[in-house]
Design a protein around this ligand. Structure first.
Ligand code: G6Q
Length: 550
């Protein structure tokens, strides 16, 4: 059934009228006039805490936003996704990353197949394999234990595992050093190979399709390097394993399919860290912690499925983001983890959000009649404060920020964690309150300046404030908390996709990239001078060809 255009719905119109007033609201006075604002606009779920009170909205706004969520069918579509309906219409696929983190025995039948049993059979294989590598029973060709693991994959087959391995650094095996090679740029592989010994290195070739050009080139290079550095053809099985849905291509590459970890077409690349694509995570932290990671995500799934919309954390996060994007014109969302181990989390969210909802047509192919996904970007605090926070405080655009922090550290270095949290809370407060001209004057009063000097400085030192942010807290960055955090954002992305009525689960823009380079690559290696393109492209190709002969 065709959904009506977003702007034609009654609840969207109600929000538009409400927004006309709310645009002038000042966060300072919203807080000043409601002592209960913090308890009213915060929520707990699956070990996470979300404070969305520092946004330009009130409980009436939330009520109207939730009316829209209901009118757009968020609950119905959530259930359709969780029950395995083929909601990825352009690829005719179910979307079941949530099934990857279901406990054993929770039956879910899709196309006549009990996928829970399939998922747990692969998890059993992951456990058996990771126990052997970590325990030192899996040996390289010269009888030595594995010391280095290189995951070769790109996009969804790289960003999730790399982010999670870094995030769970404190839980990692001391002998195993993890490396990630994704870029077709040989400098990436070169840097990794320079650090490892073929006798003690395990390669994971991670590719859903096992046809992605970058990954296949990198995997071939790794195999050649291994064979040229002492390894023999018959040793490959001890040093190369695969994660894929394509058994035939894995066998053709020369990997023993006994060492292949399968997954399924109903797992989207950017939602695949929970599948065997997470093998590097399980190797780093061990199967027990990997299971905790899955359990944390499952707890968020259950919350998303069960909690009323008023207390549903992913729904609320989505609705607040939608409000900022749609009615406050926020073209981007900045992610600020105040946790160094979440260093790659903004990059991970970039793919999750922008590849899912960076769309301009509805599921039926009509043009979307509003803006869709904002640009997502960010860096860890406090580093970000010493760089681009200037623009966030005093630039001309209003950029909402998600602050993410753990109340307790996973290290025991004295003094650092209080300093970190103090910065995190001080920033969200400053974005909210800003600093008025009178406050600046008062600050400058005791500094031996003339009245003229003070007035000249006032506009520069004034902060508009009223800049929205969320704060997400967890107790500690444990495997379970990380799982819940990722699942929170996955479901937030899903809900926003439903509001805009886009297919959040295809990625035709990415597929385009997979074919575009092929033609030019053959021109780069051929004899003929390029003449098939515009003058710029021809010129650039010509320069690269000339450089090859130097
Ligand atoms: C993710 C995208 C994309 C994909 C990569 C790698 O949702 O589809 O990032 O994960 O292109 O694809 P393969 O795993 O098939 O190599």
């Amino acid at each position: 059934m065709r959904s009506p255009a977003l702007t034609s719905t009654a609840s969207f119109k109600a929000l538009e009228s409400h927004a006309a007033e709310a645009r002038d609201w000042q966060l300072r006075s919203l807080f000043a006039h409601d002592a209960q604002r913090f308890p009213k606009l915060t929520v707990d779920a699956a070990g996470l805490f979300l404070d969305y009170s520092k946004n330009r909205l009130n409980t009436a706004t939330i009520g109207l936003l939730l009316d829209l969520a209901r009118e757009r069918g968020v609950e119905r579509q959530r259930d359709a996704m969780l029950n395995g309906e083929k909601i990825n219409l352009t690829e005719q696929r179910a979307v079941l990353h949530t099934a990857l983190r279901m406990p054993r025995g929770k039956q879910l039948v899709v196309d006549g197949q009990d996928i829970n049993a399939d998922v747990h059979a692969v998890l059993d294989h992951v456990k058996e394999f990771t126990d052997r590598v970590r325990g030192g029973q899996w040996l390289g060709y010269s009888g030595k234990q594995i010391t280095d693991i290189i995951n070769i994959g790109i996009g969804g087959s790289d960003l999730g595992p790399k982010m999670a391995v870094l995030a769970l650094r404190s839980y990692s095996h001391p002998r195993l050093k993890m490396h990630f090679v994704s870029n077709v740029d040989g400098h990436d592989m070169d840097a990794a190979l320079a650090q490892v010994n073929p006798e003690t290195t395990l390669f994971i070739v991670a590719s859903k399709t096992f046809t992605t050009a970058e990954t296949m080139l990198n995997a071939g290079t790794a195999r050649n390097w291994f064979l040229q550095s002492g390894g023999k053809q018959e040793d490959l099985a001890k040093h190369f394993v695969a994660v894929s849905t394509n058994t035939k291509a894995v066998a053709e590459f020369g990997i023993d399919t006994a060492n292949m970890f399968p997954f399924w077409d109903w797992v989207g690349g950017r939602y695949s860290v929970w599948s065997a694509i997470g093998l590097s995570v399980a190797l780093a932290v061990g199967f027990g912690y990997f299971a905790d990671f899955l359990a944390g995500a499952h707890a968020m799934d259950e919350h998303f499925r069960e909690a009323p919309l008023e207390q549903n954390m992913p729904v609320l996060l989505a609705m607040v983001g939608f409000w900022n994007r749609q009615f406050l014109n926020a073209g981007s969302l900045s992610i600020a983890p105040y946790h160094q181990d979440l260093n790659r989390f903004p990059a991970y969210l970039q793919q999750l959000d922008m590849e899912s909802n960076g769309k301009r047509v509805t599921r039926n192919g009509d043009a979307v009649d509003t803006v869709t996904c904002p640009v997502v970007w960010g860096e860890c605090g406090t580093n970000a404060q010493h760089a681009y926070f200037q623009l966030l405080h005093q630039g001309t655009d209003v950029t909402p920020i998600d602050f993410i922090a753990a109340l307790r550290a996973t290290h025991d270095l004295a003094g650092h964690h209080d300093a970190l949290l103090a910065n995190c809370f001080a920033q969200s407060e400053a974005f909210m309150t800003g600093k008025t001209a009178d406050e600046v004057r008062a600050d400058l009063a005791g500094q031996n300046l003339t009245p003229e000097q003070i007035e000249a400085l006032v506009p520069h030192k004034t902060f508009p404030g009223n800049r929205p942010s969320n704060t997400i807290l967890m107790d500690q960055l444990t495997p379970g908390a990380l799982g819940a955090l990722i699942a929170l954002y996955e479901h937030k992305t899903f809900v926003q996709g439903v509001l805009w009525d886009v297919n959040s689960f295809d990625q035709w823009g990415v597929e385009l990239g997979k074919v575009l380079a092929r033609n030019i690559q053959s021109e780069l290696s051929g004899e003929a001078q390029p003449d098939r393109h515009d003058s710029s492209t021809n010129g650039l190709i010509g320069m690269a060809k000339a450089a090859q002969h130097i």
